[in-house]
Design a protein around this ligand. Structure first.
Ligand code: GLA
Length: 387
């Protein structure tokens, strides 16, 4: 009798929990679904939730309502073996302790603004200097360190999450209340789509991006030097010693920055080159050939010969920051006890150019009231055999 009553109680609890923990309770794990579970509590008392998106092929993306952080992306290799291809941590505490923007949603301005300052319509705005003399990735408490209203959804394109938030006037020194909406969609074509939207009530710079670190050989693989990269760019932006672009558009021809044909990252990463030295490897923005239009075009292709995994990056943005993980090597222990060494992962951050608010010759990053900021980037995963 007791057992019967316990059974009934269990069934009831499961029934009560299902609609909360899973948007499609009736679906099996092979079908597209979104699940959510607690991931910890911030010192402020705010609850952090982890969402797992799963598509029909079993590809899985986990993300947090905190910083829009992508915890993991699990995709198959050429043999069908699923592994995590991103760098990340097991616990919220480690993200709070020290994270080099692992998986994070970046704003209000991705990349650097020189001397943490810009002048707009005659007013000079001062931002935090959180990277030597410069402002980086939105400041001390950027979009990567706040809780977002997060709504799971399923539609004809796939399953996903909508993150919304108003960045208040003056946040981190930026002008205007900025309403931001970012959508992550996982499709059944193994694409992860990022749609960024924003409106403002005062002119403000906006440059949103995503800072997931990838290692397509698997997250426990020591480095990304064997990955083969293609970048659809004839020019890149050389930088000064603090990684601020000098303003020059330099042709990649004849330099270690020429990735117009597929090239292993390790081949020239330590070349005797002034720009390689400035970045400690690759940490530069490439000027995409398709710059300027609204069309989604192929910016980058990353291939891991070890695993056969491929990631293509399509974007509407004019630039892509390729960061080869040069500062990695001293972060806390990573997911599953892995220590991430120097260049254990890389980031391909689609964006407008760094320091645009101070560079009249770069495409403008100023959003005006009445206009809508809209960009899209797609990471598409597949496999390739025998190259
Ligand atoms: C960006 C920068 C790098 C580095 C990382 C975070 O990608 O370009 O220089 O600051 O973020 O560690």
């Amino acid at each position: 009798m007791n057992r019967y009553r316990n059974g009934l109680r269990f069934a009831l609890i499961v029934l009560l929990l299902l609609p909360v923990s899973c948007t499609s309770p009736s679906q099996s794990p092979e079908e597209a679904a979104v699940e959510e579970e607690p991931f910890g509590v911030l010192p402020s008392g705010e609850q952090v939730t982890a969402y797992t998106l799963r598509n029909d092929n079993g590809m899985e993306v986990r993300a947090l309502n905190y910083g829009g952080i992508i915890l993991s992306i699990r995709v198959p290799d050429a043999e069908g073996v699923f592994e995590d291809v991103t760098l990340g941590y097991d616990s919220l505490d480690t993200y709070l302790e020290e994270s080099p923007y692992f998986g994070a949603l970046i704003g209000r301005y991705g990349n650097r603004i020189a001397n943490g300052q810009f002048t707009l319509n005659g007013t000079t705005y001062t931002l935090a200097k959180n990277n030597g003399p410069n402002h980086l990735h939105g400041g001390l408490k950027g979009f990567d360190k706040v809780i977002w209203n997060t709504e799971p959804f399923e539609d004809e394109r796939g399953v996903g999450l909508v993150f919304t938030r108003t960045s208040p006037d003056g946040e981190e020194g930026y002008p205007g209340n900025l309403d931001v909406k970012v959508t992550y969609t996982l499709t059944d074509d193994n694409e992860l789509i990022f749609d960024y939207e924003a409106t403002t009530d005062k002119p403000t710079p906006v440059n949103l991006t995503q800072h997931t670190y990838f290692n397509l050989a698997g997250d426990d693989h020591p480095d990304i030097l064997g990955h083969v990269l293609t970048l659809n760019a004839d020019a890149f932006l050389p930088v000064d010693t603090t990684l601020i672009p000098t303003g020059e558009f330099r042709p990649v021809d004849g330099t270690p920055f020429d990735f117009r044909t597929p090239t292993p990252i390790g081949t020239r990463i330590d070349a005797d080159d002034e720009q390689i030295r400035a970045g400690g490897g690759y940490d530069h923005c490439w000027v995409l050939n398709a710059s300027g239009g609204d069309a989604l075009t192929l910016a980058a292709r990353l291939y891991s010969p070890e695993s056969g995994r491929v990631m293509e990056v399509f974007t509407t943005e004019p630039g892509i920051q390729f960061y080869s993980g040069n500062f990695l090597g001293s972060t806390p222990t990573g997911r599953g006890g892995v220590n991430y060494g120097h260049r254990a992962g890389l980031a391909l951050e689609t964006q407008h150019f760094p320091n645009s608010p101070n560079e009249p010759n770069f495409p403008s990053t100023i959003l005006e009231p009445g206009d809508t900021y809209r960009t899209r980037t797609v990471y598409k995963f597949s496999v390739q055999r025998n190259e």
